[in-house]
Unconditional design. Sequence first.
Length: 461
Amino acid sequence: MPDILLVRPLLRRLFSASALLALFMAAPIMAVAANNDKAEAAKGDLEQVKEKIQQLANAIKASQLAKQDANEALKASETAISASRKKLREIQDAQQENRGKLQDLQKQMSLLQRQVNQQRELLSQQLNQQYRHGNNSPLQMLLQQQDPANTTRNLKYLGYLTAAHQQQIQSLQDNRDAIERVRAATTEQLHETDRLANQYTETTHKLVNEKSKRAEALTQLSKQIETQEQQLVRLKKDEEALSRLFQRLAAEAKKREQEAIVRAKREKEAAAKRSAELARKKKASGRTFEHSSQAKVDAQKGDDSESESQSNTVVAKNETLPEYNASKENFAQLRGRLRLPARGEVINRFGSARADTGVNWKGLFIRAKEGSEVKSVAGGQVVFADWMRGFGNLIVIDHGNGYMSLYGNNEALYKSSGQAVKSGDTIAAVGNSGGNAENGVYYELRRNSIPFDPLQWSSVR
């Protein structure tokens, strides 16, 4: 009986120690399980974000296809605008030519009218003199029985006078007919000018409609693509943040699992040693086991990067345009004396990074008034004049010896491929074709296809 009384407290202590050991071993395992649950939850959120990204990527792909179609429509629209502008210029040139013809016809009418007036005055004087000297016919002169010599002489004079009168009358009639022809030609030219004016009005109206359609298509497409790309950027940032969290949680869970196994092994060995010591000594030996384990997970989402906006800085202002140069200098000899092709503001430097893409500028963008003239900086031959993606209505001029100049984003092209141009020739009109946000002309200089800084070759005033 006394032995049983001694064993019971020992059994209670051993049971308490075993219970504490089991609880101690379970605590790390529970913490690991909690971390695993959080990792699984983060993984589920990540899968949802990835699914959304995929859906949005598909939508953007569809939008890109629509954008491709819109670009084709944009190409057609801007090509039509270019053709209309070219037609307008031809009409204006024809009107100017007709005005010159009309002025010439009016001068001819004035001259003919003066000649008619002079002939009328001369004929009137001659008739008056004939009346004063008597309007005798050849028969009357013979019947008057005057001196035959005088009669013969007077008859001869009378013949001369009659012929002169007939000639003046015929000349007067011819001049009257010429005046009528001039009047008819003048009327025809006036009708032609009116027809051209009506055609000018119709073409202008068509141009305005094409411009409106293009602007509307660009606005809608830009808004749609911009919204989708912004959403995609935000979702990708969320995906990156969740990926970092998932990786961190997975690493922490693995580390804690390994630490829990090591701690459990150590505690098991310590408990075995304590049980052996209690058994040997047969006395109460309590030891308070404390375990404090708390899993902390810091889930941080990456802040949205601060977007950098680079405002367009005016690098230079240009007010002068290229003029005709009759010299035979080659292009290399014009360095430092070239003029920029349009009046306006240069808003970038050659070689600097673009604000929208980060790609370096290979030329200059000259912000200018819509419809203003774009001039050829030097003589040469047009080797390209068509619409190109990203550059809109583009024209390229070969100046010889590997030198070329490029003019992009034009509203209209006035020259065609193969045409020769002189310095100062108007080759295009300023616009924003190719989807550009601002009106202006993109200007490059190249030698052997390698771009170089136009400002170092130009005199800006």
